[in-house]
Design a protein around this ligand. Structure first.
Ligand SMILES: C[S@@+](CC[C@H](N)C(=O)[O-])C[C@H]1O[C@@H](n2cnc3c(N)ncnc32)[C@H](O)[C@@H]1O
Length: 350
């Protein structure tokens, strides 16, 4: 994916996708074609004007309006490409690559393929020497994903297979047992696929599940744990908060994407391996008197109020309430007086 013709750098060539930022920061994404033109109500920009120009150039259209031309980055592309299913956001894709330890040359299985956003990140991380097998049970989504990947890479990658069908039934028929380095599951019910994933993974291999809700997180983690075939599952979520950095106005953005999903991951044990028991505290789902003691106000550092102080607070609160009652009564009296005056006035004018 990174030879001289497919590198996402160097002067623009025909066939390149280019993101143009024009007047009022409006974005247009075009694919450079011989004879191609971008028509807007500001004028016409000929594609030829861009060919041979370095990435990051500014060109003017027939109306003299200027456009900044840049090749879209992968994160720009996935955020704007057509979607069948919801995509993995770039912040989570980056984290998946790290937690799943996706490496150049790896054999990776992914399901479901959805819109192909994660497939693009995985393909980039495994490189030309790696192999990606993506499973998707909806053929319409698989078609969207294939088209998206081809649009970005320029051709269907030779090291990528898309299998239409359910991972639970298709995986054992597609890959040899213990031959897969990494598995990434992004689906509603990943626990339904953990058994076949355990068979496909090589010892030491990693499974990562991306799930949207805490109940899915719990269910898949407990399933992984109960198989006894994996290390203890780990989990996390990634929150990214943008910052506005301009002059003295340096502060977090007012808005952020607060929730996308959780990651849970574990490693495949060697066949028959039983990890040494880790001494753990009593399960957090049950508790005894000792635990309750730990949560007494004294133990958690809550200051205890004396009886005398409490009586004083009660008197203060009652005085404040009495003051509020008097103020409300005054206000009512005042309003009534105004009403009477109003009627008299009205009577006089009538
Ligand atoms: C949220 S989407 C995946 C999005 C994708 N990771 C992306 O970044 O574009 C979930 C997909 O999983 C597919 N799916 C759910 N369960 C599946 C299964 N058992 N086998 C194969 N695909 C499955 C669904 O059809 C759906 O397209």
């Amino acid at each position: 994916m990174t030879d001289e013709n497919t590198r996402p750098s160097g002067p623009f060539r025909f066939g390149d996708r280019v993101q143009l930022t024009g007047p009022k920061a409006r974005l247009h994404t075009i694919t450079l074609r011989a004879g191609g033109e971008l028509h807007t109500h500001h004028g016409v920009l000929k594609h030829e004007q861009l060919v041979g120009q370095p990435d990051g150039s500014v060109v003017a259209n027939s109306g003299g309006h200027e456009y900044l031309a840049l090749r879209p980055l992968l994160r720009d592309f996935v955020m704007s490409m057509p979607r069948g299913a919801a995509i993995v956001y770039p912040k989570d894709a980056a984290q998946i690559l790290a937690e799943a330890d996706i490496f150049p040359g790896a054999t990776v299985v992914e399901a479901g393929v959805g819109s192909g956003a994660l497939s693009l990140w995985l393909l980039r991380a495994i490189g030309a020497e790696g192999r990606l097998v993506s499973f998707e049970r909806r053929d319409d989504f698989a078609a969207v994903a294939k088209a998206n990947v081809e649009t970005f890479t320029g051709a269907a990658p030779a090291n990528w297979d898309v299998v239409v069908g359910d991972l639970a039934t298709e995986l054992p028929q597609t890959v040899a047992a213990a031959s897969v380095d990494r598995v990434v599951l992004d689906m509603l019910a990943p626990w339904e696929c953990i058994d076949v994933v355990a068979d496909a993974l090589t010892p030491g291999g990693v499974v990562v599940c991306y799930v949207a809700t805490a109940t899915q997180l719990s269910r898949v983690a407990e399933y992984i744990r109960a198989t006894g075939l994996f290390t203890e599952p780990d989990a996390n979520e990634t929150m990214v908060r943008g910052w506005h950095v301009e002059g003295l106005a340096v502060r977090p953005d007012h808005r952020m994407v607060a929730h996308t999903g959780f990651l849970v991951w574990a490693r495949r044990l060697a066949p028959g391996a039983v990890p040494p028991e880790v001494k753990r505290r009593a399960s957090k789902s049950s508790y005894g008197d000792e635990d309750v003691e730990l949560w007494t106000p004294g133990a958690v550092g809550d200051r205890q109020i004396t009886d005398k102080n409490l009586r004083k607070r009660v008197r203060e609160a009652e005085r404040a309430a009495e003051g509020a009652r008097l103020a409300a009564a005054d206000a009512q009296g005042e309003a009534a007086r105004h009403d009477d005056g109003g009627t008299e006035e009205a009577g006089r004018t009538a």
